[in-house]
Design a protein around this ligand. Structure first.
Ligand code: FAD
Length: 216
């Protein structure tokens, strides 16, 4: 029995097996469709109107409460909840789901998507799991300790700033004039100053140019 179970699990047949069982179960316990399930979907004009994605979940929370107040017992969202909106809003939806008296179904989407070079791989989007405070601090700790080691550079062709040039010790920091050659000024990237990405190199080029321009 155990060997049979292990071979079913390892062969991937368990998915097909589960489907057969589900079919049998529904065939055995048949009932008329109540017609009372409300399916919530989003149309293109609403997406345009709200203007951001994902929508703040408080909108879904509000809708859920309205449907509940209108007496709807079964609600299915045809909405991709796999990405977070904003924390307060996400929490509001969690509370609305918790408070819902009837049943609420959130979907998972099975989509084709190349994963690790496998073009036939399937990607499953599930509603975002809400993490506990402990899980969140564990994740934060792991991210804070994450160390990345660059594997290399893309070479001079892609370089955005050069390092190495005229030594700053040879220049007046006020006027950018060369100490040894009066009347000769150096500014910007030709000087031995390298900033991180983020505008520091532009700032240095403009500021040193301005300083030299005041005296040259
Ligand atoms: C792809 C790329 C992206 C970058 N992105 C950023 C960024 O996001 N933020 C940031 O802060 N920095 C960035 N930098 C760096 C920044 O552009 C430079 O540090 C800054 O422009 C240097 O200014 P500069 O005036 O010293 O030199 P340059 O801007 O290089 O000016 C030198 C000028 O001298 C001219 N010249 C050269 N030889 C002669 C000659 N013989 N006669 C006459 N003229 C000559 C050149 O044509 C050029 O116009 C980037 C650089 C690159 C290449």
């Amino acid at each position: 029995m155990l060997i049979a179970l292990a071979s079913v699990l390892s062969s991937g047949w368990h998915g097909a097996f589960r489907n057969v069982l589900a079919d049998l179960r529904f065939a055995w316990d048949q009932r008329q469709a109540s017609g009372e399930i409300v399916v919530v979907a989003i149309d293109a004009s609403s997406i345009e109107k709200i203007g951001i994605w994902p929508w703040p979940r408080r909108l879904h929370a509000e809708l859920l409460r309205k449907l509940e107040n209108a007496g709807v017992r079964d609600i299915a969202f045809d909405v991709d909840f796999s990405a977070p909106s904003d924390p307060a809003s996400d929490q509001e939806f969690v509370e609305a789901l918790r408070g819902a008296g009837g049943s609420v179904v959130l979907p998972s989407f099975k989509q084709p998507g190349a994963v690790s070079g496998n073009p036939n791989a399937l990607h499953i989007n599930r509603p975002l799991k809400q993490f506990s405070d402990k899980e969140l601090s564990d994740i934060a700790r792991k991210i804070q300790r994450l160390e990345l080691t660059p594997a290399g550079t893309e070479g001079f062709k892609k370089a955005e700033v050069t390092a190495g040039g005229i030594a700053t010790s040879e220049l007046s920091s006020r006027t950018m004039e060369a100490k040894r050659v009066p009347g000769l000024y150096f500014i910007g990237e030709v000087v031995d100053v390298t900033g991180q990405l983020g505008g520091y190199n532009f700032q240095w080029a403009w500021a040193s140019g301005y300083a030299a321009g005041q005296h040259a």
